[in-house]
Design a binder for this molecule. Structure first.
Ligand code: NDP
Length: 278
């Protein structure tokens, strides 16, 4: 089926810099077509100076969209009304118009939750979790883990101060959270390890958790995705450890965004079929 663009077609767009690598137009346009909706999804590269006006203009015209690097923090400060996920993580990746207000959510949180549940086959409630990294996506993952009442989250990051800052910023009475240097994990066991660093984008990158670290894990979720899966996930699958890369999270954050814009269930099979083959 071909999309026919008319005067009623709703504009959705991912705003960022760069955006040419984004897979969102592929699976969001596939979803719009599968659901028989009147919309089109584009990728628009924009500077921080242009971003607030562009985002608010698209929303006020009845459209919506996603936000990617480096504007997620700026988006959180630009929306009129943010969800609790936006307030707690300080990041917004999805926007739309509601009640005349530009609204924002951070569906990376929802996407992470759904991807982790799909990997584990259950909620991470009570689980012991190793979170590698302390940047933007680690913040979304930690917020989700606190909402899901994980038992313990250990944050290991190259810059330990950033991990400590994340621990201090996001707390919960139900989950113990602490920061440790990546070199001090030997002998520990975790139910699941999560890579929220940017390691794995290139095949030449060191592994985010090397075998020499002396850590045993029950499952591995990489938030990074790369053609043919990341080296860490390929290694974990070869060892027989349940493992998934970041394409699942990407898919589920997109499904959650689609549901915010269109108020109908996301056609997840059509979206998955539009992703690159594994
Ligand atoms: P940030 O720049 O905010 O954080 C990057 C993190 O990676 C920091 O913890 C940083 O450590 C760490 N890091 C970078 N280089 C190295 C290195 N050489 N050795 C050890 N640690 C390193 O990025 P984001 O959190 O926004 O994104 C991280 C990755 O997550 C992205 O590359 C992207 O691939 C992926 N992502 C996936 C999504 C999905 O839907 N699947 C959504 C969003 C992101 P330090 O603090 O020491 O600098």
């Amino acid at each position: 089926m071909t999309t026919i663009i008319t005067s009623t077609t709703r504009l959705l767009a991912v705003l960022g810099d760069p955006v040419s690598h984004s897979l969102s137009p592929h699976f969001q346009n596939a979803a719009i077509q599968a659901a028989g909706l009147d919309g089109v999804y584009l990728a628009i590269r924009c500077t921080a100076t242009d971003f607030p006006g562009l985002m608010r203009g698209i929303a006020n015209a009845g459209g919506g969209g996603n936000v990617t690097i480096p504007h997620k923090g700026l988006a959180a400060n630009t929306v009129d009304r943010g969800t609790e996920a936006v307030v707690r993580t300080g990041a917004c990746n999805t926007f739309w118009l509601e009640d005349g207000l530009v609204c924002g959510d951070n569906t990376d949180v929802d996407g992470f939750s759904r991807a982790l549940r799909a990997l584990l086959g259950e909620s991470p409630a009570g689980a012991r979790v190793l979170l590698l990294g302390a940047g933007g996506v680690a913040s979304a993952a930690l917020y989700s883990l606190l909402m899901e009442r994980a038992g313990e989250v250990v944050i290991a990051n190259r810059s330990i101060g950033r991990a400590e800052e994340l621990c201090a910023r996001m707390t919960s009475p139900h989950t113990s959270v602490r920061a440790v240097p990546p070199t001090e994990l030997s002998g520990e066991h975790f139910d699941v390890a999560i890579n929220a660093t940017s390691l794995g984008l290139r095949d030449s990158d060191p592994l985010p958790l090397s075998p020499e670290a002396g850590v045993s894990i029950g499952a591995a979720l990489d938030l990074v995705y790369a053609p043919g899966r990341t080296p860490w996930i390929r290694q974990q699958i070869a060892r027989g450890t349940p493992a998934a890369d970041g394409l699942e999270m990407l898919l589920y954050q997109g499904a959650a965004a689609f549901e915010r814009w269109w108020q109908v269930p996301a056609p997840i099979d059509a979206m998955r079929a539009a992703l690159p083959p594994r």
